[in-house]
Design a protein around this ligand. Structure first.
Ligand code: HEC
Length: 198
């Protein structure tokens, strides 16, 4: 076999692969849609809502709020802000956690708690009442999670730009994203009192 023959063979082989791919495309699409549906069934909400908040969402948000903040103590007023590349990278990590935490919030069927305790006060809704809302208003829940993701993406971008002012601004927006969901699903009746405490 000379080089020309090898080239022809390769061309033939390529054409065959292409033909195969084209003729099979519609069933491939169906297979892919089926596979995606099956994959969705495999998202298993192992942790409770409270645990996702306590272990994933809250520590990440707290880190960001503290990393860019004003504090005053006996030595005067100080401005906290990341100064080294490593510190900016730490902040960016927390923002990335929040972008993906929004997907965790959206996984359907997550239990609020293992028992019936709401862990923070004020807690005007009992756990089973919160559960009813989470399950019954899932689309609204996902909407709040989407809003949190948008802010988190801006925080990732601000970290990439090492822009502390933007982190401060989007940090406030993050707080609003948290609270707007909490006011619907967690402590709606005390919304007014809660706002007055802030
Ligand atoms: C999409 C809705 C939603 C968003 C967004 C959200 N939360 Fe929550 N959060 C909840 C629900 C529901 C609970 C459960 C309350 C309970 O069971 O007492 C909760 C509980 C908590 C708790 C109490 C956890 C515990 O110890 O039981 C904290 C702290 C918390 N959230 C912080 C945050 C912070 C910080 C953010 C934003 C960065 C945030 N959450 C965003 C819905 C949300």
């Amino acid at each position: 076999m000379n080089f020309n023959d090898a080239g022809k063979l390769l061309a033939l082989f390529g054409a065959a692969v292409l033909a195969n791919a084209c003729s099979g495309s519609s069933s491939n699409d169906q297979d892919q849609a089926g596979a995606a549906a099956n994959a969705a069934d495999h998202y298993i909400p192992a942790a409770t809502f409270q645990d996702v908040m306590d272990s994933v969402v809250d520590p990440a948000a707290d880190y960001i709020w503290e990393a860019v903040s004003f504090v005053s103590d006996e030595t005067g007023a100080h401005e906290n802000r990341p100064r080294t590349d490593a510190e900016w990278h730490e902040l960016r990590r927390r923002a990335v956690i929040l972008t993906e935490a929004s997907n965790l919030i959206g996984v359907p069927g997550r239990r609020v708690a293992n028992g019936d305790e709401t862990l923070e006060e004020p807690a005007p809704l009992a756990v089973d009442e919160i559960q009813l809302r989470l399950d019954g208003q899932h689309e609204q829940l996902v909407g709040f999670a989407d809003a949190m993701r948008s802010v988190a993406l801006q925080l990732v971008d601000a970290a990439d730009r090492k822009d502390a002012d933007a982190v401060m601004d989007y940090g406030s927006a993050l707080d609003e994203a948290c609270e707007s969901c909490h006011l619907v699903f967690w402590y709606p009746e005390s919304a007014e009192d809660y706002r007055q405490d802030q």
